[in-house]
Design a protein around this ligand. Sequence first.
Ligand SMILES: Cc1ncc(C[n+]2csc(CCOP(=O)(O)OP(=O)(O)O)c2C)c(N)n1
Ligand SMILES: [Mg+2]
Length: 365
Amino acid sequence: MPRKKIKVSDKLEYLQILDEKARIDESLDPELDGDTLLNLHRLMLTTRLLDERMLALQRQGRIGTYAPVRGQEAVQIGTCYTLRSSDWVVQSFREPGVCFHRGWPIGSILQFWGGYEEGCAVPEGINDTPIAVPVASQLPHVMGLAWGMKMKGKDDVAIGYVGDGGTSEGDFHEALTFAGVFDAPAIFIVTNNQWAISHPRSRQVRAATLAQKASGYGIDGIQVDGNDVLAVYVATNEAIDKARAGGGPTLIEAVTYRLAMHTTADDPKKYRDDAEVAKWEKRDPLIRFDAYLRAKGVLDDKMDEEIRNDIKATLKSGVEAYEAARDVDPRDCFKYLYEDIPAELVAQAAEFDEALRHEGVTIGH
Ligand SMILES: Cc1ncc(C[n+]2csc(CCOP(=O)(O)OP(=O)(O)O)c2C)c(N)n1
Ligand SMILES: [Mg+2]
């Protein structure tokens, strides 16, 4: 027959285990032990409280800018929880929860958002790549790292993060094309938070899901409820196990919502309705998981308070470490571009010195 149907893929699934009312689908329950459940809770809460602290620090002028992650905590923690330290993590600019779980000191995360070059370095001994701000530019690195590990005969994986907006970039296409062709142990997490700054998901691409893009590259794709940490955990672990066993790459679309502004330089009230935000507030991943743990008898008020106090102490010492190391000389910006500093920069430096004197500002060294 000259015209017939070609079967492309009937594998696309949607996964939710814990629904918005904190009811679990017992047939899908991964039956994690109490310690693991509590750790997931602790890490999501750390991400939330860190986020709140970062926003406050930015508003107080103590860091430069910040890209909030409120509402996306389950995606971050569910995807990185079971990674080995030898696996590679490739982040975008909105993964503070992942950084924390991978062992980045809070002070290092603050240094990045404070604009210090030291914050661009990955802390020693952590197999992460530096935070990538150019959208989707990090994805070819996921593929490259994964392919490298395959060539070395290791069973480690590379996992990388990108937003809904990033799936429209050429780098996304190139990374998935190569990952598929080379059967690389790569996992691509698409955090579909419904917005790319002011551009809504509905105008990002006509495709009904972002997960279905996987089939264009011949790899597996799945869409999960990104506000259900159990679904994210299960889908990611399946992808990790498959990749370690030589089964190749997976794309996971985690459907969630950016509850706050794009960055601290943005005002989302200018382009989206409060009603939409309110609808997603009800799906908050922390509220859902908290209710589940309490109903299960894993969490109570006393434990919750202890966990919160622990987290607050960690955040406090992280902020102190950042501020103690913050005493740099802004005049350094004149020093490192030229071997022989041009006359106009010498003049600017003198003018800057004069301004500092005028304001009575004393600089550390
Ligand atoms: C290559 C590139 N183009 C544009 C920008 C400016 N920019 C920063 S974030 C962003 C939107 C990204 O949206 P999405 O991929 O959905 O990630 P989210 O911000 O929602 O986490 C844009 C356009 C950039 N950083 N890099
Ligand atoms: Mg987005």
